[in-house]
Design a protein around this ligand. Structure first.
Ligand SMILES: Nc1ncnc2c1ncn2[C@@H]1O[C@H](COP(=O)(O)OP(=O)(O)O)[C@@H](O)[C@H]1O
Ligand SMILES: [Mg+2]
Length: 234
C-alpha cells in the first residue's frame, strides 16, 4: 500500500469539516473522492499536504510515518498537490512554472522531467515562453498538474482539475491522469464531476458532510442509483 491515512479530522474553529476519514491508495491506482460542494474534499487534500491544521492517527507513504511531518517534508516524501483553482504564477512563464515543481538540484533531471511533461501536454511546449496568465483555463490546469508531477510524487493529489473545462479538455486530462497512474503513481482525484472522476478512477470514496459514506469500485459507484441521483443529476 503506498499511501494511507487513518482517522483524519479537520476543524475550522467550532466547525468539524472532516470526521474520522480513512483512505488508502495503492501505487498505480486512481482513487476518486467525490462529494458535493462543501463535503470536505479540499480539506482532506490540504490536510494530507499539511497545509491546514488537522489530526490523524496515521499518515503514511511507503510505510513511512508522516503524522508529524510538515508540508516540505511531505513533499520530499513523495506527496504532491495540484490545488483547487490551479494557482499557477501568472507573471512567470510556462517553463518557469513547470520548473518550480522540481525539488532537486540536478539540472539534467529537471530537463528530462520537463521534457516528459511537454510530451504529455504538447500545448505547454508550444507556449513554454508565454506568461502562464495568458493560457486558457484548460492549459493552466495542465500546467498545474505538470508542476505537481515535476516533484516526482508517489501520491499525486488533484483538486477539481476539470472544473469549468470543456469536455474535450476533460478527456485529455483524464488520459493524462491514467498515464501518470500507469507509471506507478498513486492518484487521488477530488471532483464534484462524479461522472468524470468515476470514469477515470479504479475505486472511489463518496464523501457527505465530511464523512466517507461509501467506498467501492468506480464501476459500481457509477452504476449506483444513489450516486447517480446525488451527484449526476439522474
Ligand atoms: N478556511 C476555512 N475556514 C472555515 N471553514 C472552512 C474553511 N475551508 C473550508 N471550510 C468549510 O469546511 C467545509 C468543507 O469545505 P471543503 O473542504 O472546501 O469542501 P469541498 O472541497 O468538498 O467543497 C465547508 O463547510 C466549508 O465551508
Ligand atoms: Mg474543494
Amino acid at each position: 500500500m503506498s499511501f494511507s491515512i487513518e482517522g483524519l479530522q479537520v476543524r475550522y474553529g467550532a466547525v468539524t469539516a472532516v470526521h474520522d476519514v480513512s483512505l488508502r491508495i495503492a501505487p498505480g491506482e486512481v482513487v476518486a473522492l467525490i462529494g458535493a460542494n462543501g463535503a470536505g474534499k479540499s480539506s482532506i487534500l490540504k490536510a494530507v499536504m499539511a497545509l491546514t491544521p488537522h489530526t490523524a492517527r496515521k499518515v503514511a507513504i511507503d510505510g513511512r510515518a508522516l503524522e508529524r511531518a510538515d508540508t516540505r517534508e511531505r513533499l520530499l516524501a513523495g506527496i504532491s498537490l495540484s490545488p483547487e483553482g490551479r494557482h499557477v504564477f501568472p507573471q512567470l512563464t510556462v517553463r518557469e512554472n513547470i520548473d518550480l515543481g522540481y525539488l532537486g538540484k540536478d539540472g539534467g533531471e529537471r530537463a528530462s522531467r520537463r521534457e516528459a511533461m511537454y510530451q504529455r501536454f504538447p500545448r505547454l511546449r508550444e507556449r513554454e515562453a508565454q506568461a502562464a496568465g495568458s493560457l486558457s483555463g484548460g492549459e493552466q490546469q495542465m500546467l498545474a498538474i505538470a508542476r505537481a508531477v515535476m516533484a516526482g510524487p508517489r501520491l499525486l493529489m488533484l483538486d477539481e482539475p476539470t472544473l469549468g473545462l470543456a469536455p474535450i479538455v476533460v478527456r485529455e486530462l483524464a488520459a493524462a491522469i491514467r498515464h501518470f497512474a500507469h507509471g506507478g503513481i498513486a492518484v487521488l482525484l477530488a471532483e464534484q464531476n462524479a461522472e468524470m472522476a468515476l470514469s477515470t478512477a479504479d475505486r472511489g470514496y463518496v464523501l457527505q458532510g465530511g464523512r466517507v459514506v461509501t467506498e467501492a469500485p468506480a464501476q459500481a459507484l457509477r452504476a449506483s442509483e444513489e450516486v447517480r441521483a446525488a451527484f449526476m443529476g439522474m
